[in-house]
Design a protein around this ligand. Sequence first.
Ligand SMILES: [Zn+2]
Length: 341
Amino acid sequence: MKKISLIILLLSINTGFAQNTDLKNLHSKGEYNKAIELARAMLKSTPDDFETQLILLKIYNSRGDYQSAGLLVREMKSTDEKFLTESLKTNYGSGNIKEAKRIYDHLIKNSNNETLKNELLKFGLIAGLDPLYNDWKIHETESIVFHFQPSIAQEKIKHLVTSRQKAFDNINNFFNATLPKKIDFFVWDTEESYNSSLKTNLGFTVAQFCVSHNRINQSPGHEIAHNISFWKNPQLKKARFINEGIGVCFDGQENNRLEAAGKVYRKNSVNIKEIWTSQTKIEENILYPIAGTFVDYLIQYDKEKFLRLAEDQTFESAQQIYAGNLNELINNFIKTLEQPK
Ligand SMILES: [Zn+2]
């Protein structure tokens, strides 16, 4: 009897171990649906298994499913630093900024894990939890929390607040997406791209957390469009060509996009399928005008089909959505670019 139970025990430890490895593999490969299924099955037999819960929490956070993440956070209640880091993300992503800031300050002060602290410091700089932002001016509207660098004049702030909220309304009138929190919209008092505090170029958006960093002279809608279109369906794939096309198409600038794109195309005759599918870096001043005009063209062709593409932006998804018409659509688009005005 003893022998049998020992064997059973060993077997179950072994399967538990194998399942844990499977779960880690699925998670690292980005196979989130399968990983969630496996983790939930594992938690049925061992509901309090911390490692499994933690992986599940990480997946919920990386998919932007802050609702499920929040439920799990309340169940787990741990002082483990990895857990606290995920809990910080869940709280921030759900718009509980005060709680996120509390956890952030606690970890920065008390953690001895330098790697974790470095990652947190980077996150804090992007998310606005870093003390650098203590004296920034905050303005809140219906959909946006603005953070202005202190040197920006009041008149300018007034104009930015009104025009960006208006851009939000226009863009979401089209996409009709639900964001988990207001956009934290940082405005730096600079026209230069490189930002030495963030050590990267402005502007940019981290849509998963509804955060944008902007130069003072950016278009009203570009970064806002990135946030809104992402939340149309946070769990599906984005492609740079379509994603930047959306940013340009909804930037709120009144200029002749087709003419600009035509000029660029006649100098650099890019292959649309190639720039859509390849990961190679193509210069922004070539990609952006062409991508923006292409998105505009797809919306004119069929708005409903485009909205589906905005969710899953891959070329393969476009082949399905536009059925047999994609090649012809691309060829006709190229013809409009080739005709000199
Ligand atoms: Zn962009």
